[in-house]
Write a protein that binds this ligand. Structure first.
Ligand code: G
Ligand code: G
Ligand code: NA
Ligand code: MN
Length: 238
């Protein structure tokens, strides 16, 4: 079987599963939102899609997988009031169908819902239009892995961005490297002045958490407070 056939079969057999990783308020460590992460469950093992995400995007399979993802979120989303975030690839926006799908998903959920996009989307000529259209659907926008791609102050100024997720590479180094710390601090300050919330990714220990709280980062995500877990476990009783 080709990789494409193999992945298509996994999808048909419902071997894609939804995990969720919460992010927490730095002021009280309460869950403020949940990022939905797709994983593949095969023979009792659950694996990240990190190694196949480029292939999924380039082969177009990502569109079918998103249909599955959206259907699953519709089921889960009605059981929780915690805002959910989904990751969308720049490729998802090549077809304008994505907007009707997002509109439908938004209607199925009665509270804030967030799309995480990466700076890669800014390379698309229509990036501005795309983001405005999402916002018109009353969906929030988070820039994922901020600082590692094509960060442009133009976009930060001109796009209606709600959340910046500071890439974990800066968080990981900030305690040892003054330059990384300066960058983290500056992103937080800039975001605050522009009315954009900040999430620090990849927070793994108390020390990092404390510094981020001092710097007035709004939210933290990472193994320190929670790894990704099966999403049903997160929304139980919430
Ligand atoms: O942490 P983890 O190894 O599960 O992350 C795998 C990678 O795959 C991350 O970069 C994450 O953003 C991406 N990813 C996870 N779920 C989805 C999804 O539903 N859609 C897209 N486009 N990317 C996803
Ligand atoms: O690209 P994106 O930011 O969506 O990727 C999220 C991925 O990062 C998830 O697959 C998750 O497994 C991973 N991750 C989440 N928290 C941590 C952390 O604290 N440390 C490390 N090394 N990885 C993390
Ligand atoms: Na993400
Ligand atoms: Mn990220």
């Amino acid at each position: 079987l080709s990789l494409k056939e193999k992945l298509a079969n996994l999808l048909k057999e419902k071997k894609f599963v939804l995990y969720g990783q919460p992010y927490f308020s730095t002021s009280n460590k309460e869950i403020s939102g949940i990022e939905v992460l797709l994983r593949i469950r095969e023979n009792e093992k659950v694996e990240s899609i990190a190694t196949v995400i480029d292939f999924l995007e380039n082969s177009g399979l990502i569109l079918k997988i998103e249909d599955f993802l959206f259907e699953e979120i519709k089921k889960i989303g009605t059981k929780t009031k915690i805002p959910l975030s989904i990751n969308l690839s720049a490729k998802s926006f090549l077809s304008s169908e994505i907007f009707s799908k997002l509109a439908e998903l938004r209607r199925a959920l009665n509270y804030p819902f967030i799309c995480e996009i990466t700076e890669r989307l800014f390379l698309e000529r229509e990036a501005l239009e795309i983001i405005k259209k999402i916002k018109e659907l009353d969906i929030k926008i988070a820039i994922d892995d901020f600082g590692t791609g094509y960060s442009s102050l133009f976009y930060i100024e001109n796009l209606p961005i709600d959340i910046i997720k500071i890439d974990y590479s800066f968080i990981r180094r900030m305690l040892d490297e003054p330059k990384a710390l300066a960058i983290v601090q500056t992103i937080i300050d800039l975001a605050k002045k522009l009315g954009i919330k900040t999430v620090a990714e990849g927070v793994e220990n108390e020390e990092q958490f404390r510094i981020l709280r001092l710097l007035m980062c709004d939210f933290v995500q990472g193994y320190y407070l929670s790894e990704p877990v099966p999403i049903e476990d997160l929304i139980k009783d919430r």
